[in-house]
Write a protein that binds this ligand. Structure first.
Ligand code: GLU
Length: 431
């Protein structure tokens, strides 16, 4: 049975790169009906923090990657000690007294040899182990090193495939030597390509947000982010970019993962997120948006019309890149004092439109029914009577009513604003 593991160190938040590694492990387990194991590599007592463990677990759950088993390296120190003792006894390791501290380190004797790994993504890789120095297994303070704990854990938890980032490739020969010395069966290795920032170089904080939880806070949907992470290193064929995760499970295999470095492109992520937002349940989105509106004082916690907000969410849904766009884009439905973009006012409200606005208000006032179709009809009637082009009035009207040059359909926006607010806002421009 396939058993894979994701092994984050809780010394920071879960990053895009870690999220992708988790995804490919989880996906492979699903595709092969195997098990996805989570291992918290918390041997560094100073740098590991519970808040990071929580953050990592939350981010994984948010993306939908539930694990079948979880291990904490900090609970397994006796197991590492036991295997280090075994190597000592067999003469494959030696101890060394630390000059500064009490206690002894246990060190692995590296035998010069060639190491060959058949990587499932990169193919055969050969390493010259003559360059590898003897390896510390257990430090003098009793903590195991990453390479040693990793091998002991992967072997004793029956990991069949080690899927991880390219940045670990130099560790792989060291680990292979330890497998051999301990008499463990070597698992299969698959090293995922590096993720670069759009300006080249490794993806880093400098080039934008890197933590999965940051994307969550910014209003990305988990499905879209997972779809994007998938595309970073794998393509399902047919130039298809929107992939349902269940479809991906059916199609995925490690041998199809790209060898070339991936580039993190926020524009593409935004495009994908918009595709997912369009199809998202409006009620669910409304649940996410309501707290944002309360925080902005756009609505009162205990007194708002939920159905009205659902309608507005539906209005903006086809256009939003991220959920968090909503409060900024839809502000004009909630504020009394409209915030008019000065550049837009300069461009579209720089001449006197008293006559046009007044005539429009007169037409709207006598409408039998204030609905989207009737609003549009009265507008179209007016521009044809005035003998002007529709856009000559649409743009100024939009700016006067919404403060912006872009937004949802104007007549829909007018419908949801209601005649009273339209009157008030246009009134300001009537002399
Ligand atoms: N704790 C290591 C990391 O976060 C795990 C590496 C591995 O998967 O072996 O990079």
């Amino acid at each position: 049975m396939v058993r894979v593991r994701f092994a984050p160190s809780p010394t920071g938040n879960l990053h895009i790169g870690g999220g992708r590694t988790a995804l490919f492990n989880w996906l492979y387990a699903q595709a092969k009906d195997g098990k996805f194991i989570l291992r918290i590599e918390d041997t560094d007592k100073l740098r590991s923090k519970q808040e990071y463990v929580d953050e990592i677990l939350n981010s994984l759950q948010w993306m939908g990657f539930n694990w079948d088993e979880i291990y904490y390296q900090s609970h397994r120190f006796n197991i590492y000690a036991e295997f280090a003792q075994k190597l000592l006894k067999e003469g494959k390791a030696y101890t060394e007294k630390s000059p500064e501290r009490q206690g002894e380190a246990i060190i692995f004797k590296v035998m010069p040899q060639q190491v060959k790994i058949n990587d499932l993504i990169r193919g055969e890789i050969e390493f010259n182990a003559e360059l590898i120095k003897d390896q510390v297994l257990i430090k003098s303070d009793g903590t195991p090193t990453y390479n040693f704990a990793c091998v002991v854990d992967d072997a004793t938890t029956d990991i069949t495939h080690v899927i991880r980032g390219d940045d670990h490739i130099s560790n792989t020969p060291k680990q292979a030597l330890l497998y051999e010395a301990l008499g463990f069966k070597l698992p299969k290795f698959a090293h995922l390509p590096l993720i670069m920032g759009i300006e080249g170089g490794r993806l880093s904080k400098r080039t934008g947000a890197t933590a999965i939880s940051d994307y969550r806070k910014m209003g990305y949907l988990p499905g879209a982010l997972v779809n994007y992470l998938l595309l970073l290193s794998w393509a399902p064929g047919n130039n298809c970019e929107l992939i349902d995760i269940n479809e991906a499970i059916k199609l995925f295999d490690l041998s199809d993962v790209n060898k070339a470095a991936a580039t993190f492109d926020l524009k593409k992520l935004n495009w994908l997120n918009n595709q997912y937002l369009k199809n998202e349940d409006s009620d669910k989105l409304t649940d996410e948006i309501i707290p944002m509106l309360i925080e902005k004082n756009y609505i009162r916690k205990d007194n708002f019309d939920r159905n009205y907000i659902v309608s507005l969410v539906k209005l903006f849904q086809p256009r939003m890149s991220v959920v968090n766009d909503f409060p900024d884009w839809a502000d004009f439905f909630f504020v009394d004092e409209l915030n008019i973009d000065p550049a837009a006012a300069e461009k579209y409200l720089n001449k006197d439109l008293s006559r046009e606005f007044k005539l429009l208000l007169e037409r709207l006032k006598v409408l039998q029914s204030f609905d989207i179709v009737s609003i549009e009809e009265s507008f179209r009637g007016l521009v044809s009577e005035l003998g002007i082009e529709a856009k000559a009035l649409i743009h100024p009207l939009r700016v006067a009513l919404t403060g912006k040059t872009i937004g949802p359909g104007l007549f829909e926006a007018m419908y949801y604003l209601g005649s009273e607010r339209i009157c008030k806002r246009l009134g300001k421009f009537i002399r």
